[in-house]
Ligand binder design. Structure first.
Ligand code: HC0
Length: 586
């Protein structure tokens, strides 16, 4: 291993390590505005410059690999002076307006300027062109705040495989945005918000719906219910100083109650319902092919992640027949809240407001799709991100950490551990397999370890195969059939998987795709900054939540069972088709 010196400290680090990583190892965090841990270097912002003995000029630490005998200074007068100049230049063209910026608390530009003691900029003159794009339901883009770090470009192209954002022009006139400065709504953007998750300033963010929710909460003629997505509980605590991986379900419920919601429900309830509907859809397609020798589109793809739906509609329209007709749990919830639940409590659905708290920005756009009005009204009225919920809690000055743990309301607040794990990449698959095994064999899964480790974790594409035996008579057609499943997260991985399937190189029966790296725990609306370490901590927290549940299989949810008995009839029945299923198109 090469031996190097950093600020007079000698250490050995593996070949290939960058100066930025080696410095962290030596105990020095070098500021950067373009680098994201675990991602390839961009070398764009130049804030991370360091002095290296023998080099004629300062080097960017993020893109310089260490070499034997390097003598690195991360804090020389020359380094400090250069960093200040770079930061002053960035600040001179950044339209701050900090007091009304939603990055008020976590702006990386402001934080680094503060650590360098910068209190103003000596540069005056032209400002960056200000243009505000609010053309999508999910995201805004403000070019006046953009510092051209290219993090958004990198994540959109290399992680998501979408390519909606580009650097255009040169020098001071450089603009980051869609080609020809088109609005986001007119390009291939899938509204996943991964750009907003990595933006160091307030140049891209979610279009907030906080004011609309405050209005609903203060309107006494409205019955306002809230649903919380599986991934929120493992991340909201980070906004209140808890380390990543802290589950705050009880405090989240207590906070929502104090915000004034009339009922606190869980998207997890309809995640359990999704397993019933989507599992039935899969078995029905398998039966068509294996028993009736008819035609059914296999593999079946999951449909719950709206960025994936947008991606498929844009890039793979020929695969749409393969996508489950199930609406996402968010939308199933809205449709049921304004029909079954409204009737149950005697509220006119026009007076019911359904609010979602989601880790996902694309959920805002999903709620506004014209087909999501099964109740006769927009089924989900407002969608908040995890960050927006934290903002509302801070607005009313709640001591979040001091809140007691409270429970969700019935009937839609009760869920199983299988629903919790929807938040993790591989979770929908695991939940489906837990239910399928028991429903098809009539036997309980042996032991307490229900995890399907082949589809868990951060590998981009994961696969598993299983053969079920001793099946119940109705399912005997599956006897001896090798069922192949796959899971992809991050749309770049999804693209590779789908293209492999289209070329006939890969054959599966069921495929889970989640838009964001790690699944919803890594959603574009989650607290910043989501690194792989943070993803893994949140995933473990979700598994702990699942393991602590009384029921861990969706078909065991007593309230889901009651819903079928009282209202829906059976999975894939007439009412389910009316309320819980849809079709997708371009
Ligand atoms: Fe997800 Fe969902 S699990 S997409 O990842 O299925 O956003 O958390 O809410 O709807 O349940 C996001 C998270 C959800 C939905 C659920 C699914």
């Amino acid at each position: 291993m090469p031996k190097i010196t950093i600020n007079a400290k000698t250490l050995e680090v593996p070949a290939g390590t960058t100066v930025l990583e080696a410095s962290l190892e030596a105990g020095y965090q070098i500021p950067t505005l373009c680098h994201v841990a675990g991602r390839p270097a961009l070398g764009a912002c130049r804030v991370c410059v360091v002095e290296i003995g023998g080099y004629p000029r300062l080097q960017a630490a993020c893109s310089t690999p260490i070499a034997e005998g390097m003598e690195i200074k991360t804090n020389s007068p020359q380094v400090r002076e250069a960093r200040r100049t770079v930061m002053e230049l960035l600040l001179s063209e950044h339209q701050g307006l900090c007091t009304i910026c939603d990055r008020d608390e976590d702006c990386e530009l402001r934080k680094i300027a503060g650590t360098l003691g910068i209190q103003g900029t000596p540069y005056e003159g032209a400002q960056a062109l200000l243009s505000l794009d609010e053309s999508t339901a999910a995201l805004y883009r403000n070019t006046g705040k953009c510092i051209k770090c290219r993090r958004c470009v990198s994540v959109c192209h290399e992680v998501q495989g979408v390519g909606a954002l580009f650097p255009q022009g040169r020098g001071f006139d450089t603009l980051i945005g869609p080609a020809f400065s088109s609005p986001l709504a007119e390009v291939v953007c899938v509204q996943c918000g991964q750009c907003a998750a990595v933006c160091p300033v307030g140049a891209i963010g979610e279009r907030q719906q906080v004011d609309a929710v405050w209005s609903a909460l203060s309107d006494t003629s409205k019955h306002v219910v809230v649903q919380t997505a599986p991934a929120i509980r493992a991340a909201l605590g980070e906004c209140f100083g808890y380390p990543p991986g802290t589950v705050v379900t009880g405090k989240m419920v207590a906070a929502l109650r104090r915000l004034g919601f009339d009922a606190i429900f869980d998207t997890n309830f309809t995640a359990d319902l999704t397993i019933m509907e989507e599992g039935s859809e899969l078995l029905s397609r398998l039966k068509t092919v294996l028993v009736d020798h008819g035609e059914a589109a296999l593999p079946l793809f999951t449909s719950c992640s709206p960025g994936w739906i947008n991606f498929a509609e844009t890039f793979f329209p020929q695969m749409l027949p393969h996508i489950s007709s199930c609406k996402s749990p968010q939308q199933m919830f809205g449709a049921l809240a304004k029909t079954y639940y409204a009737e149950k409590i005697g509220v006119d659905p026009k007076d019911m407001v359904v609010v979602s708290v989601m880790p996902c920005t694309a959920k805002k756009a999903e709620a506004e799709r014209p087909e999501m009005r099964a109740s006769g009204y927009q089924d989900v009225d407002h969608v908040l991100t995890t960050r927006e919920l934290a903002l509302m809690i801070k607005t009313i000055g709640l001591d979040f950490r001091g809140l007691p743990d409270e429970s969700m309301d019935t009937p839609f607040g009760i869920s199983t551990g299988a629903a919790d794990i929807f938040a993790n990449s591989g979770g929908v698959m695991e939940a489906a397999l837990r239910a399928a095994y028991e429903l098809v064999t009539g036997r309980s899964l042996p032991g307490d370890n229900l995890h399907v480790t082949q589809v868990a974790g951060l590998t981009g594409v994961k696969e598993a195969s299983l053969v079920l035996s001793d099946l119940l008579p109705d399912w005997s057609f599956l006897e001896g059939v090798q069922l192949n499943v796959a899971v992809a997260h991050g749309l770049g991985n999804a693209r590779n998987l789908v293209e492999g399937i289209m070329r006939g190189e890969r054959r599966y029966h069921f495929v889970e795709i989640m838009t964001c790296p790690g699944g919803c725990i890594g959603g574009g609306g989650q607290p910043r900054m989501t690194t792989d370490d943070v993803r893994l901590a949140r995933m473990e927290a979700i598994f702990r939540e699942d393991e602590g549940k009384e029921h861990r299989k969706s078909h065991e949810n007593p309230y889901v069972q009651a819903l079928y008995k009282e209202f829906l009839g059976e999975p894939l029945g007439h009412k389910s088709h009316q309320l819980l299923h849809t079709s997708y198109g371009v």
